[in-house]
Design a protein around this ligand. Structure first.
Ligand code: HEC
Ligand code: HEC
Length: 406
């Protein structure tokens, strides 16, 4: 019994100091990561190399380049473009699966239903066996080099701290996912709505195959059409695998060299927005939407030893307003990806940096106002939503002003 009361005391002291220590790691002495929607390098590579990598990211591909046979769009830039290449867009993807007797199983061809095909005969459709499906919005990739440079231990620390602060009510889940370029060595996932990837090279190979239908040495197997083979050797695909051996690295280089999304400095400077951030913290939104995270020191070996954090990305403070962890806030889309069955109804905390650059919110893009997005939070976040409902009109206005500066 005594142990319980000591633990309770620790929790209360920790909770009382919560407002004073919003970040897991002290940010003192670290340098702010560069921000801006300005098509300029963050220093990871020089501007010429950045421009060349950006061109590759934005380049349209055609059948002769390996596009398809099933795909979603012709370039990375098509879905990651607003307000500049690498950012976000309104484009959604459709995922589906089957859930029966407590078990999630895929459907033939995997959970991603491609919306386009190079031949009308092989257009994918949702099979009758699917009984779970969801939209997923495109995500911002600007600043993702900094996110990649976050140590696994930092994410673990955030998860442990959440649990301590809230007596286990909130506890982000980490999923360990394979890094393709490191022989599938495991690392804490941080990219995608399900934290399904940990490295930008792996995500790039995955996206090149799954979004554009272009195979590469890290993802050499062409997608099927609802389970039917349509790759090289069938009449639908004239290009042998791997269809491209260079671009995956260029995509990763581009994203690693992007600056993080910037705030609207005019709105952020207003007393109203500043009071709004205080409301955000007082409500407990910052437990998941972490205002600050520090990247690993330059020289740290990450991604299973295949990448060393460079000066430009190491020891930097970022303001993602996210924790890159999975939570069940009652919005889960029922799809299992690289995580286990426990991740079925969890989503990654949406990083709120760059929030003002898109108007279709949440993973499915089906919330059109900030208030609606906030009111959809239940589950682990039910208490924060309850407090939000209890705000005075002036505090609500301040909170929304703050959010509109992100
Ligand atoms: C058809 C639209 C589309 C295309 C084309 C596309 N993406 Fe994406 N991208 C998305 C969507 C949707 C997500 C969220 C996927 C999910 O988690 O379900 C995403 C997520 C990402 C992420 C994760 C960002 C984060 O911070 O979590 C990265 C990185 C990424 N894409 C890179 C690429 C690259 C590189 C290409 C080109 C090879 C590409 N994408 C092509 C739609 C697209
Ligand atoms: C338990 C963790 C948690 C807490 C606490 C939390 N959120 Fe979230 N938030 C999430 C997750 C997870 C998502 C993504 C859910 C989805 O897409 O289904 C999200 C999404 C959002 C979005 C949509 C962003 C976008 O890009 O679509 C906004 C806005 C938001 N949260 C604001 C808030 C505010 C304001 C509070 C406090 C009242 C709050 N959140 C508290 C986890 C949390």
């Amino acid at each position: 019994m005594k142990r319980v009361s000591i633990l309770t005391a620790i929790v209360w002291v920790a909770a009382a100091t919560w407002a004073l220590v919003p970040a897991y790691v002290s940010t003192q002495g670290f340098v702010e990561a560069p921000t801006g929607f300005d098509n300029a390098t963050n220093g990871f590579v020089d501007q010429d190399m950045f421009d060349a990598a950006l061109d590759t990211f934005a380049e349209q591909e055609f059948i002769a380049d390996g596009l398809g046979p099933v795909y979603n769009a012709q370039s990375c830039g098509e879905c990651h473009q607003n307000p500049v290449t690498g950012a976000i867009s309104q484009i959604t993807e459709h995922r589906a699966g089957r859930f029966r007797q407590g078990v999630f199983t895929g459907i033939p061809g995997g959970s991603l239903l491609h919306s386009r095909a190079t031949n009308a005969a092989i257009q994918e459709h949702m099979p009758a066996s699917a009984n779970v499906d969801t939209f997923r919005t495109s995500l911002n990739t600007l600043g993702d080099g900094f996110v990649e440079a976050i140590d696994d231990a930092t994410l673990q620390g955030i998860a442990a701290e959440q649990s301590l602060m809230t007596r286990g009510r909130i506890g982000g889940e980490i999923v360990m996912v394979p890094v393709f370029e490191a022989g599938n060595a495991l690392r804490a996932g941080r990219f995608g709505w399900k934290d399904q990837q940990a490295s930008l090279v792996s995500f790039s190979a995955d996206a090149y195959l799954n979004e554009m239908g272009i195979t590469s040495p890290l993802q050499p197997t062409e997608n099927t059409s609802n389970g039917r083979f349509v790759g090289f050797g069938s009449r639908f695909d004239p290009t042998p695998e791997p269809e491209n051996v260079e671009d995956v690295q260029a995509f990763a280089t581009f994203m690693r060299a992007t600056k993080a999304p910037s705030r609207d400095s005019r709105i952020a400077a207003t007393p109203e927005a500043q009071r709004g951030e205080q409301v955000f913290n007082d409500l407990g939104c910052n437990i998941c939407h972490r205002p600050s995270i520090v990247t690993a020191p330059a020289g740290t070996s990450i991604n299973g030893g295949t990448f060393t954090v460079p000066e430009a990305l190491g020891d930097k403070i970022i303001h993602p307003y996210g924790d890159f962890l999975l939570h069940d806030i009652g919005t889960g889309d029922g799809i299992v990806q690289n995580g286990g069955p426990t991740t079925r109804n969890k989503m990654r905390t949406a990083p709120l940096w760059g929030l003002r650059t898109h108007n279709r919110l949440m993973h499915d893009g089906l919330s059109f106002t900030l208030t609606d997005a906030i009111l959809r939070h239940r589950g682990e976040a039910f208490r924060e939503t309850h407090r939000f409902r209890g705000l005075h009109a002036r505090e609500t206005a301040e909170l929304l002003t703050f959010l509109s500066s992100l």
